[in-house]
Ligand binder design. Structure first.
Ligand code: ZN
Length: 564
């Protein structure tokens, strides 16, 4: 992010500065420790000019009386998949709420097939086998949409199921192939069931990729419109350009195209999938081993579109029981998950990216994967010391106390998803078993160790509205009502800080956003109620009245383009 420009005030300029907009009669939660609460905010040139200006300090072209509504910095989802989410908006909705049984899932596939041109792929997303009792399979998909290429994605994104027509394209009709870091799952007779885990999904995506830029730009626009309605003004997109997570090698171009056409509604920081990086032919003394062409790396871009961390997957999913653990998952013995690549190779990629100046965001769910990442970050710092790297561990799902302590000592950022607790909590508890319950999706112990906690959803893995996230971070209950590692609950104030200043810090952007203070971008959300003042059970129900970026109203609940 760019540094704060100087803000002219009456004191410095010797005369009154003119505000474009003055918000008054507001309950402002600034997230700025220097002045946590305020009643009014002056905005000029898309930035905060003053907080609680004295009467007469600023002339204002426009004054909005918010009638006591609550104002916060715009929410920042620190880990989401924006294009993927936008695409799911036009695919069959297979989330548990829409397809609660396998029969309902197959019926949804049949409807999607009828609405999809012959020859085009029939795609659905969001199923959760732990709620359905089983994964769908090729035979069911073949029956639901005879002869069609059907691709249904698990809600975690870490696995998918395809129909026989797709398996035929891949030459996997009768027998599986070995895939490093993934699995083509077979039944007892060795026949593929259609289920593809982790990196085996790349076999499928190779058939549908690359997506055209125009399709992705449309998805980015649809996602952004929904984000604004939920108070989101910034997102970190957790992996583009490669691996099973990207949609095309030119994915950045889709975001640029959306922006050029005025279709990029929120600020986006793009993580680059590690597979998209390649060796650079730089001078050996440059230490630029791994990157994008021209040496582009973390930090390139501006306040609206910017390159963030390198995203690397070290393991898989907890509910899918593919994440790499030191000990067996609960249930049938012998399964400890697996790493997505050879351990030494993963560590070498992290080291090379660190040396080349990248912030690194490593997906690590199981305690074994977390140890690998902690070791790699420690070694990277030891061999090539760099200040203020803010390397991240995405999810940090099953962590021992000593791992939390070590993450703090290494100056890392753990990025857990509060929302997983509700939507995936029952499946996670079943997978981890009671001995590891206290290690799951920590928050409070991260803060206690001095870590900065960002707020994130991993949307479309789960629903991503930030107030839902804040609700879950406070309430910590699985969908069944079972308390989920309740000792890790935090306050609404702490959860709001996560979704604002915490996420900004994780993006090296706290000098530009995440707090309401002079000089910060005027990205704001207006809420009907104060999440810190209502009962914890009613946080999710709080309405978003308006969302501003650059000091301008981009969403309002009445649709009139005016602040309430
Ligand atoms: Zn993700």
């Amino acid at each position: 992010m760019t540094a704060r420009p100087p803000v002219p005030s009456r004191d410095e300029a010797g005369q009154q500065a003119t505000a474009d907009l003055l918000l008054v009669n507001a309950n402002v939660l600034t997230m700025d420790p220097a002045r946590p609460r305020a009643r009014s905010v002056a905005i000029a040139g898309g930035r905060i000019l003053a907080v609680d200006p004295a009467r007469g300090d600023h002339r204002a072209r426009d004054v909005a009386d918010l009638g006591g509504a609550t104002v916060l910095p715009g929410f920042h989802d620190a880990h989401n998949h924006m294009a993927w989410f936008g695409l799911t908006l036009s695919e069959a909705d297979l989330r548990p709420a829409a397809a609660g049984t396998l029969a309902e899932l197959y019926a949804a596939v049949t409807r999607q097939a009828a609405a999809t041109a012959a020859g085009d792929w029939v795609i659905g997303a969001g199923y959760d086998h732990s709620k359905l009792g089983a994964h769908p399979d090729r035979d069911g998909l073949d029956q639901a949409a005879p002869g069609r290429r059907v691709w249904v994605r698990h809600t975690s994104g870490h696995m998918c199921v395809v129909s026989s027509a797709v398996l035929a394209d891949l030459g996997l009709t009768d027998s599986a192939a070995d895939v490093a870091g993934g699995m083509v799952v077979t039944d007892a007779t060795g026949r593929p069931t259609g289920l593809m885990q982790e990196k085996a999904q790349e076999l499928v995506t190779a058939l549908v990729h690359p997506y055209p830029i125009s399709v992705l730009a449309g998805a980015i626009e649809r996602a952004g419109a929904q984000y604004l309605s939920e108070g989101i003004t910034s997102v970190t997109e957790a992996g583009i350009g490669g691996g099973w997570i990207g949609h095309t090698p030119v994915e950045l171009a889709a975001y640029q195209a959306a922006r050029d056409a005025g279709r990029l509604h929120v600020r986006v920081e793009l993580m680059i999938a590690s597979d998209a990086l390649h060796p650079l032919a730089a001078h050996p003394d440059d230490g630029l081993e791994l990157g994008l062409d021209l040496g582009i790396r973390t930090g390139f871009g501006d306040d609206w579109l910017r390159i963030g961390a390198m995203k690397i997957f070290t393991d898989g999913s907890l509910i899918g029981r593919t994440a790499a653990m030191h000990d067996d998952y609960a249930g049938p013995p012998g399964n400890r998950g697996y790493l997505q690549a050879d351990a030494a190779q993963l560590a070498a990629t992290i080291l090379a990216a660190h040396r080349s100046g990248w912030q690194v965001a490593a997906h690590a769910i199981g305690d074994r994967a977390i140890d690998l990442v902690l070791d790699a970050y420690a070694q990277a710092q030891q061999r090539y010391p760099r200040a203020d790297t803010r390397h991240r561990i995405e999810h940090f799902a099953v962590s021992r106390p000593d791992q939390v302590h070590r993450a703090a000592q290494l100056g890392l950022i753990a990025v857990p998803q509060g929302r997983f607790v509700t939507e995936l909590g029952d499946g996670m508890l079943a997978a981890a078993g009671p001995e590891r319950h206290g290690w799951l999706y920590r928050q409070r112990s991260l803060l206690a160790e001095g870590l900065i906690l960002p707020g994130s959803s991993d949307r479309p893995v789960v629903a991503g509205a930030p107030l839902l996230g804040v609700h879950d971070m406070v309430n910590r209950r699985a969908a069944s009502g079972t308390p989920f590692n309740p000792g890790e609950a935090i306050t609404a104030e702490q959860a709001l800080r996560a979704y604002t200043s915490g996420s900004a810090y994780a993006s090296h952007a706290e000098q530009a956003k995440g707090t309401i203070a002079p000089g910060q971008l005027a990205d704001l959300v207006v809420l009907a109620e104060d999440p810190t003042a209502v009962s914890p059970a009613s946080i999710a129900g709080i309405g978003v009245l308006a969302t501003l970026t650059d000091g301008k109203c981009r969403f309002d609940v009445t649709g009139g383009g005016q602040l309430p």
